[in-house]
Design a protein around this ligand. Sequence first.
Ligand code: NDP
Ligand code: 8X3
Length: 263
Amino acid sequence: MSHAPQDPLRGALVLITGASAGIGAATARAFAAAGSRLLLAARRRPRIEELAAELRDAHGTEVHLRTLDVRDPAAVRGWCEELEAEELVPDILVNNAGLSRGLDPIHQGKIEDWEEMIDTNVKGMLYMSRAILPLMVARGRGHVIHLGSIAGDTVYPGGNVYNATKFAVKALTEAMNLDLVGTPIRISSVDPGLVETEFSEVRFHGDVERARKVYEGYTPLSPDDVAEVIRYVAAAPPHVNLFRTVVYPTDQRNPYVMHRDTR
Ligand code: NDP
Ligand code: 8X3
């Protein structure tokens, strides 16, 4: 399949959660370069303000910002009601906000870590989808793209609850597609392997040295690599749904099989 990537995205309104860092920020840059308009949300307001200024300067992008914790259903609902009232219903929703916490075996896991992962990766994604999808269905247009992971295909030691949240994202990508049959709304997921972002620093509660070692000795994906895939998925013609797109770094063939140059 080939499709001209730029045109369908020009002028499209794209909502990205977790736009303050990593894949979310790179995705905002990719859509801005394609001429899209942006709705950017995250908890760290100064980060998204800085990104908005960069994109307005570089591309003249129309950017709207929201300080948002996706774990708060009332805040999510309130923002989406405002968007509807302001006629800013997104054409594309990128459910990117997410995180891992810890790598402890299950019998030593911290319940607060489990709750944060489930509340953000599963419930936050559901709150966003529940608020936006009816507006897309009513308008007869829309595409929701989740950030899944290879962690939703294969479990790894200590991944336990993070794995479970990404298995849930995979199940919900499939389930939402079933529920929306007969509408033009597409649900997709982009499922990366290792991407060098703040992900590991967050997983290890700010232990920068331990996080750095995750990406040592091989070439991981960059946030821009993943953003380019998300842009491609979003630019597919309306009759094409790239249902799940799995993307690995060449040095990684599954969660266990890595080529690391340890010299
Ligand atoms: P980063 O830590 O670099 O970025 C995570 C983003 O999520 C930040 O912008 C953060 O913003 C936001 N976020 C976290 N919690 C919340 C919340 N409660 N409400 C709103 N925003 C929140 O990680 P990545 O860019 O790597 O991760 C993005 C997505 O990609 C996640 O869903 C992750 O699971 C997935 N993924 C990552 C991979 C990797 O190897 N890095 C591989 C496969 C999938 P803020 O703190 O300002 O709110
Ligand atoms: C992030 C990739 O392999 O660290 O989802 O879980 S991994």
